[in-house]
Design a protein around this ligand. Structure first.
Ligand code: SAM
Length: 459
């Protein structure tokens, strides 16, 4: 296996072992309910020490680690502060914070991450997985470090998150529209992501026009381009028309015998008039109960950076956005991680907590499915109390919100056939207005990207 070499690697390689154990000191006054080290935790301090302190209670117990470390853009003002016993590394302390001009910027970042990743690996349970957001500054070096620490064979995926909703036209080369979410399992052989809930759009593809007792179905092509020696026979439709064979250059997917069995079983669809090209019925009951996750994560599903800031401002009631000095991640983005990576009773750890979005996502997941997931957050900055913990206290207790809240009530793509049946569409939209009107101050109808969207708005 190729290994990443960075300056100082020999000094930090086993540094996690030399970090002294320090006890966690609970602060009742900042807590909601009784303090318990086996409850939800928000730890203020350097995560190197916090992770070490968690080891006696949590080694091998954490099911999902989500981290969003400094990306090392050269503008974040992160500092290398680890007390590694080597003169060269001690010299690094003099050049903090790490700026864009620092020729050892990448070495220092790797030296900072290495011992933390070693501890995170030890904290992860055998069924667990780690999810890391990064951009092109460090994603490739991280892959190599993770290959070494977690094992190349435990790499699961590198997802793309579309983080902005409009391109930056001032970009010199390319508008950078995405970040990455790297995923490694502790043991990929046995680890599997959960399936995602099927969308209404997916369900809507299935119907049952012939009252098939097997339930809703959709139909697929009976012919394919792949050569199939037994797939060239002629067919007679129920209406009596002869189809000489499959379309030119194609083959029926099944043999004549199998086709006749399927037809006798009512598993072939000939169209309303029973005279179309035959199609194979595919039943909703045969498809997986959820969606397999994909590696492209678009903002309309998981939010973008502006959404994340907006939500934080709504919860924390800051007077101006200048106070939001970290880059929060959207709630939906981390909620997706929780949905894919956890069971109802999982322990979730975020050791670069920032505004605490990961804990918010855990609470949200519990609220949705009645789960008892627990979170452990670590944040070293002074805002650990007034921002990180305060956000979570407010989410738990409820918070006052002023602004316009929008909920999508209806979304339908506009096709020619729907325009022809416009009366029915208008009836549907009016019915939604009648049903939900009393819950909102106004009901808005818009057409965007060929979709009709109905939204309820509450001020
Ligand atoms: C990019 S922000 C995370 C934002 C977060 N995901 C959110 O949604 O708000 C990274 C955070 O890690 C914290 N951090 C950086 N180095 C740390 C360390 N050694 N120990 C603990 N926290 C650290 C920073 O203070 C910052 O708040």
């Amino acid at each position: 296996m190729t290994e990443l070499n960075f300056k100082g690697k020999e000094f930090v390689y086993n540094h996690h072992l030399a970090v002294p154990f320090r006890p966690l000191v609970p602060d009742e006054s900042k807590s909601i309910g009784p303090v318990a080290l086996d409850g939800n935790l928000i730890i203020q301090g350097d995560n190197l020490h916090a992770l070490k302190a968690l080891m006696p209670l949590y080694a091998g117990k954490v099911d999902c680690i989500f981290i969003d470390p400094p990306y090392n853009t050269g503008n974040e003002g992160w500092s290398y502060n680890d007390n590694v016993n080597a003169p060269m590394i001690k010299e690094w302390l003099a050049s903090n914070p790490i700026g864009i001009e620092d020729g050892l910027r990448h070495d220092k970042w790797c030296a900072m991450m290495w011992p933390r990743l070693r501890l995170l690996h030890e904290l992860l349970s055998d069924e667990g997985s780690i999810w890391i957001t990064l951009d092109d500054n460090e994603v490739h070096r991280s892959r190599e470090m993770l290959d070494e620490i977690f094992g190349e064979s435990n790499f699961v995926a590198s997802c793309i998150w579309q983080k902005v909703f409009s391109p930056k036209n001032t970009a010199q080369y390319f508008s950078e529209d995405h970040d990455y979410v790297l995923i490694y399992a502790k043991n990929k052989e046995t680890w599997r992501p959960n399936l995602l809930a099927r969308t209404e759009e997916m369900e809507a593809r299935y119907s049952n026009p012939d009252s098939d007792p097997r339930g809703p179905w959709t139909s697929g092509d009976l012919s394919a381009r792949n050569f199939y020696g037994e797939g060239t026979y002629s067919i007679v439709t129920p209406a009596g028309r002869e189809i000489a064979g499959p379309p030119k250059g194609m083959y029926w997917r099944v043999s004549k015998k199998r086709f006749e069995e399927l037809d006798a079983n009512g598993r072939i669809w000939w169209g309303e008039d029973k005279d179309n090209q035959p199609r194979l019925k595919r039943y909703l009951s045969d498809v997986k109960s959820g969606r397999v996750p994909q590696t492209l994560w678009f903002y309309d599903e998981v939010g973008h950076t502006q959404d994340a800031k907006k939500l934080l401002l709504e919860i924390l009631d800051f007077e101006n956005s200048g106070d939001v000095f970290i880059s929060p991640k959207p709630l939906e983005l981390i909620k997706k991680v929780i949905d894919l990576a956890t069971a109802k009773n999982s322990i979730v750890l975020d050791s670069f907590a920032g505004s605490g979005t990961a804990a918010h996502a855990v609470l949200q997941a519990n609220k949705e499915d009645g789960g008892t997931r627990r979170f452990i957050l670590v944040e070293m900055e002074d805002y650990a109390d007034q921002l990180t913990a305060e956000r979570i206290r407010r989410v738990i207790k409820g918070y006052k919100f002023s602004g316009t809240q929008r909920s999508e009530l209806f979304r339908e793509s506009i096709t020619w056939s729907k325009i022809r049946k416009a009366d029915r569409l208008i009836e549907n939209v009016d019915a939604i207005g009648n049903l939900h009107g009393h819950e909102y101050d106004s009901i808005k109808k818009t057409i965007k990207d060929n979709e009709l969207i109905v939204t309820g708005e509450k001020r």
